[in-house]
Design a protein around this ligand. Sequence first.
Ligand code: NAG
Ligand code: ZN
Length: 303
Amino acid sequence: MYPWPFLLISLCLPFPIIATDQWCYDSQSAKCGPSTWKNNHKTCGMNKQSPINIVTKKAQFDGALSPIVFEGYDKSDTKWEIRNNGHSIQVNVQGDITIKGGNLPNTYKAIQFHFHWGTNSLPGSEHTIDGKRYPMELHIVHQNKKYTSLSEALNQPDGLAVLGFLFEESSEKNSKITNFIDILKYVAYLGNKTWLDPFPLSSMIPEEGELDKYYRYHGSLTTPDCNEAVIWTVFEETIPISKSQLNAFSETLYFSDSKPMKLNFRPVQKLNVRAVYVAGSAVRLFSAVKLSVVLAIWTSVFN
Ligand SMILES: *[C@@H]1O[C@H](CO)[C@@H](O)[C@H](O)[C@H]1NC(C)=O
Ligand SMILES: [Zn+2]
């Protein structure tokens, strides 16, 4: 039908698009999904990668893991930019909002937060706990104050501290995140951005008193270039979210290729030689010991 040069050209045309260094999730295309990331981003194939499955029984108690100290988390004096970056929805945080303590080697400044989620019926957290995947995960990314730029921090093993919060489905709407959900429709596509009305970061996460139990390990960014620069803190206490609030993410947002933005999580990576540490068990263990001592005394006195 067509002379052969035509056929050749039509066969060749798609290649420049495929050949670009685009990474994606499997829900977009297996061709650029997480198992291929290491081809163009070597670090993604290294041995301290994130996320991981946290095996609670194997987590080692570490008494140095004091509660994280949150500073500026209650401030709400700045409008932050929310944008669709083609892989997730990201809020760039301004102002002096920091964390320290929790055996972190320094004070870390909040720079952005974003989410990972599933579909209407499948969960989409990145970290799993004893094999359980949660509906959604919030990552608040902090940069070590001793590094002046993000690119410098990304090349240091203590460059970033990321706080991971898992969501759990609730029957009630979570009124603290409605402002956020309502704005998703304005950032449906890659490059769309708008401003959020000021709100404190603390309003999104559980009360400080509920954050003493967490898991700690050294890992990486969960997206290319997968830099092994992250001190991870994953909290046991979850954030409630209703089914309709959850669905708003996968039903409103689109990836850079205009496919529905869903299942934007990286599969769990091998732990290899790393350990996972756990904070906050001591209080519970201590109460258990106290209770058994009281019971023993009670029994000896009254028998
Ligand atoms: C979002 O991006 C799309 C695609 O580039 C564009 O057509 C649309 O106008 C943008 N919407 C807003 C609210 O900026
Ligand atoms: Zn993330």
